[in-house]
Design a protein. Structure first.
Length: 334
């Protein structure tokens, strides 16, 4: 819509009562929430005084912004906090106007850690989490920052707390991107630690820091390289394979056939970041082999699901355009 057309729209003013939340926490430092709303609705003026948020601007845009504010407010009431990512995703969902309300999709927490709710922050992430509930094996495929591993870890901790499984097993291939294992100092444990450190960090952010060492010591939580999975049967376990794009097809088959009774597996990876020097990626191959198999689900996350800095999404999109253009030149496309 042109600026001239917008200027001819009848102006509308609406107010929303900001009740049922901690107002200071809801608005954020220096009213950060207002800035996030203004970024998504540049033609609407937002002004907050006491517990009243006023919206003024072109009628259609004010109505849409009012719906966004009410949805964001409901997310805050249910989950305790909102972010700029929530504002962006709620705006996107309101604009699409389909499916359940944004509050229903975004507000249900997986677990609460030190007062902070761990929950999906996009519709794509909610679909991914729901798929983990419904299926025995789920593949979470998508770019960096989409919460693939973080949300899988949250579901694993939730399952352990609910006694649905007896242990959590976290694994990833020890594939180097530049520096060889043999050139690193120390023992084998020292050498593989950098590859497993992201999994340790994720576990620590989900549970009481004093509890994690005990669970690691008694085997309730196990973090190990993928090579250590060979020959085992993993019963009553929630198993997460991270960085799966760096598995070979043989490793992927080996891992999936470790599945035992009462277990669930989540496999995460980004097929655009394969570090294997020669072999085909097991994640690419399994996508063709198992898609359509009952009780196996492939969740495709996109740049819209990135919950890191908003610039990360634009970087991912730019690389996607570049790779597509390069592939077209390679194929001789006009």
């Amino acid at each position: 819509m042109s600026r001239r057309a917008r200027s001819l729209d009848p102006e509308l003013q609406r107010t929303v009562l900001l009740t049922g939340v901690d107002l200071a926490a809801f608005l954020g430092h220096r009213d950060r929430l207002i800035a996030d709303l203004e970024a998504q609705h540049p033609d609407v003026q937002f002004h907050v005084r006491d517990e009243v948020l006023s919206l003024r601007g072109p009628a259609d845009e004010v109505r849409q912004a009012e719906e966004v504010v009410n949805e964001v407010l409901e997310v805050a009431r249910r989950s305790g906090a909102v972010s700029g990512q929530d504002v962006r995703e709620v705006t996107r969902m309101v604009q699409r106007g389909d499916g359940p309300t944004a509050a229903q999709v975004l507000s249900e927490p997986i677990l609460t850690v030190r007062g902070n709710a761990v929950r999906p922050q996009t519709a794509g992430q909610r679909s991914y989490v729901d798929a983990i509930d419904r299926n025995t094996i789920v593949f979470g495929i998508g770019p960096a920052g989409t919460g693939k591993t973080y949300l899988a870890m949250a579901k694993a901790v939730q399952a352990l707390q609910r006694r649905e499984v007896a242990k959590i097993i976290l694994t990833r291939p020890a594939v180097e991107a530049g520096e060889r294992l043999g050139y690193l100092p120390g023992s084998l444990e020292d050498k593989i630690d950098p590859y497993l450190r992201p999994l340790f960090d994720a576990v620590g952010s989900m549970m009481d820091p004093d509890l994690v060492p005990r669970l690691l010591a008694n085997g309730t939580i196990e973090v190990a390289p993928l090579a250590y999975m060979r020959g085992r049967t993993l019963n009553e376990s929630f198993v997460i394979l991270d960085e799966a794009q760096n598995t070979t097809p043989e490793q992927m088959k080996m891992f999936l056939t470790r599945l035992g009774y009462g277990s669930k597996m989540v496999v995460t990876g980004d097929i655009t970041q394969v570090d294997l020097p020669i072999a085909a990626s097991g994640l690419r191959v399994v996508n063709r082999i198992l898609r359509g198999v009952e009780d196996v689900h492939f969740a495709e996350l996109t740049a819209d699901d990135i919950v890191r800095h908003s610039l990360v999404g634009r970087i991912v999109d730019a690389y996607s355009v570049y790779e597509e253009s390069r592939q077209q030149r390679k194929d001789g496309a006009p």
